[in-house]
Design a protein around this ligand. Structure first.
Ligand code: TYD
Length: 136
């Protein structure tokens, strides 16, 4: 597991016919991929997220269009604009996230280290802060 959120370049195979971006379990995606999901058809002005995960690691890519991911560790906040399929955002566990500013027709592709598990979510910000206090 990597210890901090960061943007990472995605290698691509490009020729005159276009490009292929490739994501595999690797140093780039530092976990075994157990789930892939994608968020699309987000109405203009909508915000998603508003939760953290206790164990889940994610790698987030703007497969199409653009959006902003705001991350909060409980002590520091960072904002990342994802606007290219050639860059992804690694998100370690324990980060409160808000996703906003989705462009029309954007697709937020997420690689995840576990299958869906509602018990892994922290959906209340005060609960998140107390979890951070107990786990740091
Ligand atoms: P949630 O993770 O809260 O979405 P977002 O952070 O994008 O706002 O999930 C929204 C709903 O979708 C929630 O009821 C759980 C469900 N869901 C699944 O059933 N499986 C999944 O893999 C994901 C990501 C969500």
């Amino acid at each position: 597991m990597a210890d901090k959120a960061e943007l990472r370049a995605i290698p691509s195979v490009a020729n005159a016919l276009g490009s292929i971006g490739v994501l595999e379990d690797s140093a780039l995606v530092p976990f075994t991929i157990h789930r892939v999901y994608f968020i699309y058809d987000v109405p203009e002005g909508s915000e998603r997220g508003s939760h953290a995960h206790k164990k889940l690691e994610q790698f987030i890519v703007a497969a199409s269009g653009s959006f902003t991911v705001e991350l909060d560790s409980g002590t520091t906040k960072e904002s990342f604009v994802l606007d290219s399929p050639s860059v992804g955002l690694y998100v370690p566990p324990g980060m409160w996230r808000d996703l906003k500013d989705f462009s029309p027709n954007s697709v937020c592709l997420v690689l995840a280290s576990t299958k869906y598990d509602e018990a892994d979510y922290l959906r209340n910000y005060d609960e998140f802060l107390s979890w951070v206090g107990q786990n740091s």
